[in-house]
Ligand binder design. Sequence first.
Ligand code: BGC
Length: 754
Amino acid sequence: MKAKFPYEPWAVTEEVFAAKNLRENESVFALANGFIGMRGNLEEGCAAGAETIQGTFLNGVFDSEPIVYGEKAYGYAKNHQTICNVMDAKSLLLTADGEALCLGRSDVADHRRTLDMRSGTLRRSFTWRTASGAVLAVESQRLVSLRRKELAAVRLRVRCLSGGCDLQIESPLSPAVIAEGDPNDPRNAAGKDRSLTTACVRAEGDVLGMTQQTKRSGYTICCAVAHRGVSGGSRAEDTGARWCADVPLSAGSEVCLDKSICYLAAQHADDALPDRAAALCREAPNFDALLQEQRAELDDFWAGVGLSIEGDDALLQGLRFNLFHIYQSAGRDGKTNIAAKGLTGEGYEGHTFWDTEAYILPVFQYTDPALARKLLEYRYAILPRARERARELGHDGALFAWRTIDGDECSAYFPAGTAQYHIDGDVAHAVLEYVDATGDRDFLARYGAELLAETARFFRDLGFFSAEKDGHFVLNCVTGPDEYNVMVDNNVYTNCVAEETLRGAAAAMDWLRQERPEDYARLCRAIGYREAEAESWLAAADKMYYPAARDGIVPQDDGFLQRRPWPLDSIPAEKHPLLIHFHGLTIYRSMVCKQADLILAMTRYGERWTMEEKRKNFFFYDSVTTHDSSLSMAVFSLLANEIGETATAYDYFMSSARLDLDDMHHNTKDGLHMANMAGTWTGLVMGFGGMRLREGKLSFAPVLPPQWQGYRFRVTVRGSCVEVCMRAGGPEYRLVSGDGVTITSYGKEIALSL
Ligand code: BGC
């Protein structure tokens, strides 16, 4: 079978337009800069016989509406939050001698679209033979500026190869056309009122403007579009603004139009916004200058990543594609984060989950530490909401929302939502790892210690010393990462992250007291901390309960092995994912997992188990896991590598590496799976590369699957960037920049210097 996209190292190209793939390719070809996200929609919108999902999103900009429950009870999440699909500014409509361009209807040849991961652009080209006999070569290029938060730009070039025509170029600025979602799929934003109110429309010379407002969350969103290179006229209507130009073309002539697009948003009334947006796009650098900046930004990013695979072009393309998208989607202002689908689609309504801390942060903390810090600052920014939520549920400390945009809990289904208390531990783990990897003590003093103290308080209050369990500290009625086993007692993963949080918080407060007395005093005052608290955290950590293994099998939680077996081979393929084909109760009483849970604990807290225990449990959980969550396979690959099952690790890795490029979960149309994308980096670096970090010291134990000739990656730890290059002859390590470091390779120390 011919690959959907040819295997190029730095690009993804659609060589032949297929109407049936339009929606998923709109996700694949999405561009973003951490604030603005534009789906890879065709400039003219749709194509004959195709369905489209139009989308432009602004990170953190959402509308809310009350959640309507049939039977409401105390403490349920109150409001939905749904990322806004804002006014569309990227469209360009072409009409030649009265014939509107439309793929599938117009006579179009050599249609190509390329996502270029080095220049950060989406390029498109085709030849259009108009009904009136002209032959036009059409090219467009789009970028969302990685250096300028509010800016995006589009360039259109039309050359007349033969004949002649009157070409009309129309550039509309219009409210988004919102596609209907699937009401039976909880992963989709169906059924929510997602339309915005258009408050004002402007057309002044070559600049269009539009202001929209959310109905309940108080956001004002402004967009301005400036046109350059072609003279045209503009007009404002009730439903939108449009700029139009009539261009007579004869053989050999050409026209080139540049649009600069600016988006601004504020959660308070700001009358100055429309003028600011107009000024920003009027004064924006020209397209070529933006292209240069974009390339420079991406050069830096790729230099930090330094990733290549020799001998598998499809994989290399998949891994770079994944990294490109998580990089584009990450909020960079300390107030926004990464949604489960990034800025590529409306799946999961633009919510942030544990995905960021558990999957995505490790990538940035080793490749772009400044970006990792910004993502953690987001958690600090929403800490007040997490405190309120803990209080509402009757707890001390802070409880982060399972799914949210601005910090408030939006999960209407608490068994697989709020009950995932492990999210507090994921945040704490990320803080500890980030500080270990970067040595950023300033972060620890300013934000990290407080995050740790409040999450430790929460776990200390959630659990208790149970007489039934010999005085051990237990955490009951929790949901671990595996959403097919809800409200269980002593989920091993949750207890592991809770223990790490309790110990990490005690150590951080101790460090602060000794090394930063002023910060310590400030924090004690701010959160009313007393030293005795750390003692009680450590007491709970020391007595943390873990269910005992039976015949070597560690139960994922107290009751897991008592559930009814549900052999996976008895479930037909079309009944997956189980969550949309079976009632929750059927699933919860069965011995079946949606995703890696204990396996994740074993990769992260590996010292708790022997290699033999890991092997045994790997095979057992492999046999009961459906991988209905895209977050699962990359983790299985990681543990398979650790237990020396390279072939299995390879299979799992390959199934996750191109999950979105090949639309393996059949829902890429709703957006790309960010956590899985990040997990594939971890699968390479920590799985095959065997990288681990302990107290600032790096160790590696690389293996080479027989399918590859070699691979290479870079990681930065405490300012030193180390490159690992693995080939059949064994690994080579090189210090790329920073101070000399000593690393460990298969247990042997190696000193690296420049
Ligand atoms: C997974 C969660 C994940 C969420 C968003 C769900 O299917 O079970 O672990 O956080 O998707 O990616």
